[in-house]
Design a protein around this ligand. Structure first.
Ligand code: GDP
Length: 320
């Protein structure tokens, strides 16, 4: 069975740790959000791609869902000592993690498409799954906020996701979210083939606004996904996101922060929404097929069980 997964960098990678133990890894294709890619201190950062690479190579730091477990920080600490007015070490990047980022930066600067670089890294890390950036073009998530200046005047400000989430720690009055340049971006060929050739698509429990919507903002991808059977796993349990800013951003986009809002968000592309048992009382108000199970992935057993439940859900939908 071939499965194509749409992924951000925390919730869906947890599910993939389970999925790769349920079906052969080379039958898994992952299309990864790149709308949070950015340059910091001369390094090209592709946070979700790196998390997916580290997840499949069993290197991921599961405390943070970025970087390499057990990494050292010698370069970071040394660079901190070199800081001056116009030289700043802005992010705490581990030594091994920095090596992967330097590799990417080298080839980006040489003009290689990101998909080719990711494929080289996938091979270097001995990963059997197919991993595709959603696009080789620059698509960037921008967060529109309002804030008061020193005189008390209200201004609208357009932030990069990194500014919103890292520098402001997500504390802002969000008005809207955009995916800059997505109208002009095209999907990576391999990603489109992976969607066409899979049995079904899984939208993992990732942030719908900042991880999945950017992927679906690429027209070719949305069109290809619409033709497939699609299961989505809700990243919202009860009335809040398991982690991160999904709740506040869904609210800003006019959706209720619960499984009903998630179904509304995905309604034109999904067949089945996988919700947590804790939300069973809302089933009557969800306007698509539902599978209810435990979706909180604390242990590897939880992750494998959720992956199996999705496969069983797909098989029983197929037999109908
Ligand atoms: P990001 O790129 O770091 O924002 O990561 P993702 O978008 O892939 O994942 C963030 C989303 O994962 C959040 O909205 C969380 O609510 C969700 N999430 C994290 N862990 C879990 C989990 O164990 N179960 C479920 N259902 N959702 C989770």
């Amino acid at each position: 069975m071939k499965v194509c997964v749409l992924s951000g960098g925390t919730g869906t990678p947890k599910l993939m740790q389970g999925l790769k133990r349920v079906i052969p890894e080379n039958d898994i294709s992952v299309i990864v959000n790149t709308a949070e890619d950015t340059w910091v201190g001369g390094l090209y950062l592709s946070p979700d791609i790196d998390t997916v690479l580290y997840t499949f190579s069993d290197l991921i730091n599961e405390e943070t869902w970025y970087g390499v477990k057990g990494d050292t920080f010698t370069t970071h600490e040394t660079l901190k000592k070199f800081e001056s007015n116009d030289f700043k070490e802005l992010l705490r990047i581990g030594d091994k993690d920095r090596a992967l980022k330097m590799h990417k930066t080298h080839y980006i600067n040489k003009g290689y498409p990101l998909s080719k670089i990711v494929d080289m890294e996938r091979e270097m890390l001995n990963i059997k799954a197919n991993i595709y950036p959603m696009t080789d073009d620059n698509v960037e998530t921008k967060i529109l906020i309002k804030e008061k200046d020193e005189e008390g005047n209200e201004n609208k400000v357009l932030l990069k996701f990194h500014d919103f989430w890292i520098n402001r720690k997500g504390k802002a009055d969000v008005l809207d979210v955009f995916y800059e340049n997505s109208n002009y971006a095209s999907a990576v060929d391999g990603a489109l083939n992976a969607i066409e050739n899979c049995d079904f698509v899984i939208i993992g429990p990732s942030n719908p606004i900042t991880s999945i919507a950017p992927i679906l903002s690429i027209k070719d991808i949305k069109k290809a996904v619409k033709d497939k059977v699609v299961f989505a796993v809700s990243p919202i349990v009860g009335d809040s996101a398991v982690s991160g800013p999904a709740g506040v951003l869904m609210k800003a986009k006019g959706y209720s922060v619960d499984v009903i809002g998630i179904c509304e968000f995905y309604k034109d592309i999904i067949n089945t929404l996988v919700i947590d048992n804790a939300d069973k009382d809302k089933i009557d108000n969800i306007k698509c097929d539902v599978v209810a199970t435990n979706t909180i992935m604390n242990s590897l057993t939880d992750k494998i069980k959720l992956a199996k439940d999705i496969i069983v859900g797909y098989k029983s939908l197929n037999e109908k």
